[in-house]
Ligand binder design. Structure first.
Ligand SMILES: C[S@@+](CC[C@H](N)C(=O)[O-])C[C@H]1O[C@@H](n2cnc3c(N)ncnc32)[C@H](O)[C@@H]1O
Length: 325
């Protein structure tokens, strides 16, 4: 059966790319703007002759307009429930997340982060978004979070990118789905919830995996597992782009010895650069670049509270790593 909503998103996307209004398209096809509006909201389908005309106008085949290729169904290595989002884990939010997700929803963080990415231009994240979208193929954003990781920059570079937006939190993924349906209405965006330590996709199936701080923020013991999963599902020649921040050896050794000892005992994770784990996962071509730094003096995280209680300022260096399989 033809998925009218998918068709509607496709034709609306092509029309917008040609910078035509619904009325201008209607005039070209000798139909009313109401007819175009009904096709584009999934209420009706055009007649076969108009379908052919549309395909010529948009330079694609009729099949391309009509076929709804379910990317997730093709990639999945196990069954899942579908509710606008491919749910590989229970659809209920983890109760530990309740206040966190409430804050995200109440404060509209997804929209805020999207627009702040749109307003910022010329930064390193724009270059990364462009590099990923130019690599092309199927892109998987993991641990998308309310910030979106690299996804907003990928879609800023190419709003038609084929991307799967994923996170452990169903509420976070649903916030992005609601927002992007209104903002881009792209037929090429899919949504999924899963644990990135058990990516539910087949081996060698994804072209690019992007991770804007998801793995770096994961619980102890999860990071190495997640990197191995990323390596497994990437296609040979595929690209993994990940960002992480940590306190480097030079910063650590400049601190008084007793403070080094407390920090190493209480928060060993903040010194982990994940390079060794990335190599252990299988990656041999790894290129790391420094993308910035931040200080605990200007932050409200738990590590910032600990640093303040010890009377020190910790400088974190942020890295972006490009790893090829
Ligand atoms: C605090 S956010 C930061 C990074 C995020 N990309 C952003 O830009 O907001 C970390 C995200 O990783 C997700 N996450 C944590 N552990 C995960 C796991 N094991 N599998 C998938 N997502 C996970 C969290 O739900 C959260 O949304």
């Amino acid at each position: 059966m033809i998925n009218k909503i998918h068709f509607a998103k496709k034709i609306a996307g092509f029309r917008k790319r040609l910078k035509l209004s619904q009325a201008e398209l209607a005039e070209k096809l000798c139909v009313t703007s109401q007819a175009v509006s009904k096709w584009e909201c999934g209420a009706t389908l055009p007649d076969v002759d108009l379908l052919l005309e549309l395909s010529h106008l948009y330079g694609v085949t009729v099949n391309e307009l009509l076929e709804d290729i379910d990317i997730i169904a093709k990639l999945a290595s196990r069954t899942y429930e579908f509710d606008g989002i491919a749910l590989f884990i229970p659809k209920e939010e983890n109760h530990k997340n309740e206040s966190w997700v409430k804050e995200i929803v109440d404060n509209n963080w997804v929209a805020r982060n999207w627009f702040s990415c749109k307003d910022r231009s010329g930064g390193i994240s724009d270059d990364i978004g462009k590099k990923i979208s130019e690599h092309g193929g199927i892109i998987l954003e993991i641990g998308t979070g309310p910030g979106g990781g690299f996804m907003p920059y990928i879609l800023k570079s190419n709003p038609d990118a084929n991307i799967i937006i994923s996170d452990l939190s169903p509420i976070v993924v649903n916030e992005w789905r609601k927002f992007l349906d209104k903002e881009l209405n792209s037929p090429n965006i899919s949504y999924a919830t899963f644990n990135f330590c058990e990516i539910p996709f087949k081996d060698n199936s994804i072209d690019v995996i992007s991770d804007g701080g998801g793995i770096g923020n994961a619980e102890e013991g999860e990071k190495g597992k997640a990197l191995k999963e990323v390596y497994r599902v990437l296609k040979p020649g595929g690209l993994f782009v990940t960002s992480t921040g940590f306190v480097n050896k030079e910063t650590l050794s400049a601190l008084p010895k007793h403070i080094q000892a407390v920090l190493k005992e209480k928060r060993p994770d903040v010194f982990e650069d994940l390079y060794e784990e990335t190599v252990l996962a299988g990656f041999t071509k790894i290129n790391s670049i420094i993308s910035g730094s931040w200080d605990t003096d200007n932050d409200e995280s738990t590590i910032a509270d600990l640093a303040r209680s010890l009377g020190v300022n910790l400088r974190f260096t942020s890295y972006v790593r490009f790893c090829e399989k």
